[in-house]
Design a protein around this ligand. Structure first.
Ligand SMILES: [Zn+2]
Length: 451
C-alpha cells in the first residue's frame, strides 16, 4: 500500500454556446475573429454601463446542475469578485459567491464510485492576453462570455478516475447541447487541486478513509489545463513531487501552479503569500435571481437521457454489449441514429435481411457510418445488399478478370498510371460478365491488387 493517498478535487470551466454574451448583446461567436471587434461598453467595463443577465445562459447553467443531480437555489444572486489583472476590464468579475445556482450534486463512475459535486455556478469570462516581442496585447472579444464553473469535493484519489469524470462531464454538456466543450478552443478548462494525505485504513482493512483531522493542510492548484491527457500527467507529476517533499519532511507549499506541456512538468505561479483576497460582495447592478419549483421542474424535463442511463438501457433493451452501447452513446446523435435504424426493423428491406440490433450496432461501429449523410433507410439497404451477395470462386474471378483486362487495355493502362476513377469502369465490366450479385467493393479491391 502507498504511504500517501492523493486527495484531488476539480474545478472545470465550461463556456456556453449562447448566441450573445452573458451581460450584453455582443455576439458570443468570437473564436478566430479580429481582436476587439466583439465588444461594447458593458463587456469593456466602461463607467455607467449596466449588465443585463442572459436568461438562456442561466437556464443552461441550471440544466447542467440538474444533470449532475444538484439541488437548485430558488433564491440566488450574482456577486462581484474583485481582483486586478489586465484581462479584466472592470477590475472585478461577475460571479456567484454564497448562493450558486446549483449545489450538493453527485455523479457516478463506471466503478460505482460516487463523486460529490460541491457547486455549479455562473460567471463571466475574461479577456485574453497574448505576449509578443516584449509587449502584452489584450483582446476583449472573450470578455463577458458565459462561463459555468463546476466544482467537485476532493473525492478523487487517482488520475484515472479524474479522467473518466472529465470525459463524462464533456459528454453531458454536449448531450445537453449547451456547449461544444471543444478543448482546443478553450471551451473547457480544467483545474485540478492536489494534495497528499497519510494513508489510513479502516479496522476491517477494506476501505481507505481520510479522517478530517488528517486531511492535508495545504493544497496545490494547477490552473487552466486544456487537455485530459495533460490533467492526468499534471496529477501524476504532482503526486511524485509532493511525495518527495513529504519524504524529506517538508510540507509542500500552498500555491497555484501551471502546466508546462513542453517540459512535462508543473511550475510555481503564485504562492500563498500573494494569494488573492477577492472581497466578494453582491453585484448591485443585477437583482437577485429566483427560480420557482415549477420553473426548475420544467428545466429538468428538458434534460435528455444521459449517457450512463442510455448505455444501461441499450444493453437491456437491445441486447448489445456494454462496449458497443458505450461507443454508440458517446454522441447523442449517433445513439439516436442507432435507435432510428433499429426501430425500422419492421421496414421491408430490414425484414428481408432480418437485421438484429446487434448486427446494426456492429455495422454502424465497424464501418464508422456517418449518420449525417447515410439515412437509416439507406443503411438498411446497404446491410441487406451485403447479405445478398454471393461469394466469388477464385478461379472464376481470375478468368473473368483476365477477360476484362484483355478487352479493355486502355482502361487498364489508365489505372496503372494512377487514374483511380477508371477502376469503377472495370468493376462494372466485371459485374456484367459474372452475371450474379457479388460485393462490388470486394471486386474493386481484388482487381486493384491484380493490377
Ligand atoms: Zn459587449
Amino acid at each position: 500500500m502507498n504511504k500517501y493517498t492523493p486527495i484531488i478535487g476539480l474545478e472545470v470551466h465550461v463556456e456556453l454556446k449562447t448566441e450573445s454574451k452573458m451581460f450584453c448583446r455582443c455576439s458570443a461567436d468570437y473564436f478566430g475573429k479580429e481582436p476587439n471587434t466583439h465588444t461594447c461598453p458593458v463587456c469593456l467595463g466602461l463607467p455607467g454601463a449596466l449588465p443585463v443577465p442572459n436568461k438562456t445562459a442561466i437556464e443552461w447553467c441550471v440544466k447542467i446542475a440538474l444533470a449532475l443531480n444538484c439541488k437548485i437555489n430558488e433564491f440566488s444572486k450574482f456577486d462581484r469578485k474583485n481582483y486586478f489583472y489586465p484581462d479584466l476590464a472592470k477590475g472585478y468579475q461577475i460571479s456567484q459567491y454564497d448562493l450558486p445556482f446549483g449545489y450538493d450534486g453527485i455523479t457516478e463512475l463506471k466503478s460505482g464510485k460516487k463523486m460529490r459535486i460541491r457547486r455549479v455556478h455562473m460567471e463571466e469570462d475574461t479577456g485574453k492576453l497574448t505576449h509578443e516581442n516584449g509587449a502584452s496585447l489584450v483582446d476583449f472579444n472573450r470578455s463577458g462570455l458565459p462561463l459555468v464553473e463546476i466544482v467537485t469535493e476532493p473525492d478523487f484519489h487517482d488520475a484515472e478516475d479524474v479522467k473518466e469524470y472529465l470525459q463524462n462531464l464533456q459528454q453531458i454538456v454536449r448531450y445537453l447541447d449547451v456547449s461544444n466543450a471543444d478543448m482546443e478552443k478553450g471551451d473547457m478548462r480544467l483545474e485540478p487541486n492536489i494534495s497528499l494525505a497519510l494513508t489510513t485504513t479502516l479496522q476491517d482493512g477494506t476501505q481507505e478513509i481520510i479522517p478530517v483531522e488528517l486531511l492535508p493542510n495545504y493544497k496545490v492548484e494547477v490552473k487552466n489545463i486544456n487537455s485530459f491527457k495533460f490533467v492526468e500527467k499534471a496529477i501524476n507529476y504532482e503526486v511524485k513531487r509532493q511525495t518527495e517533499l513529504l519524504d524529506k519532511g517538508e510540507r509542500p507549499a500552498q500555491e497555484t501552479r501551471g502546466w508546462d506541456s513542453v517540459k512535462q512538468r508543473t511550475f510555481s505561479q503564485r504562492s500563498k503569500e500573494d494569494a488573492q483576497e477577492y472581497r466578494y460582495f453582491p453585484e448591485p447592478d443585477i437583482p437577485p435571481i429566483t427560480h420557482t419549483k415549477e420553473q426548475i421542474s420544467s428545466i429538468l424535463k428538458e434534460v435528455p437521457e444521459l449517457p450512463a442511463k442510455k448505455i444501461a438501457r441499450f444493453e437491456k433493451e437491445y441486447g448489445i454489449s456494454f462496449t458497443d452501447a458505450e461507443i454508440l452513446s458517446r454522441e447523442k446523435l449517433l445513439a439516436d441514429y442507432f435507435e432510428k435504424v433499429t426501430s425500422l426493423r419492421d421496414h421491408e428491406v430490414a425484414k428481408q435481411s432480418q437485421q438484429t440490433p446487434q448486427a446494426i450496432a456492429k455495422w454502424i461501429i465497424n464501418k464508422k457510418v456517418d449518420y449525417a449523410t447515410v439515412t437509416p433507410e439507406v443503411l438498411l439497404k446497404h446491410m441487406a445488399a451485403a447479405k445478398q451477395t454471393v461469394a466469388i470462386d477464385e478461379q472464376e474471378f481470375d478468368r473473368i478478370a483476365e477477360e476484362v483486362f484483355s478487352e479493355n487495355p486502355q482502361a487498364v493502362a489508365a489505372c496503372k498510371s494512377g487514374k483511380d476513377s477508371v477502376i469503377m469502369f472495370l468493376v462494372g465490366q466485371f459485374m456484367k460478365k459474372i452475371g450474379k450479385k457479388v460485393d462490388a467493393q470486394l471486386v474493386r479491391k481484388k482487381l486493384q491488387e491484380k493490377l
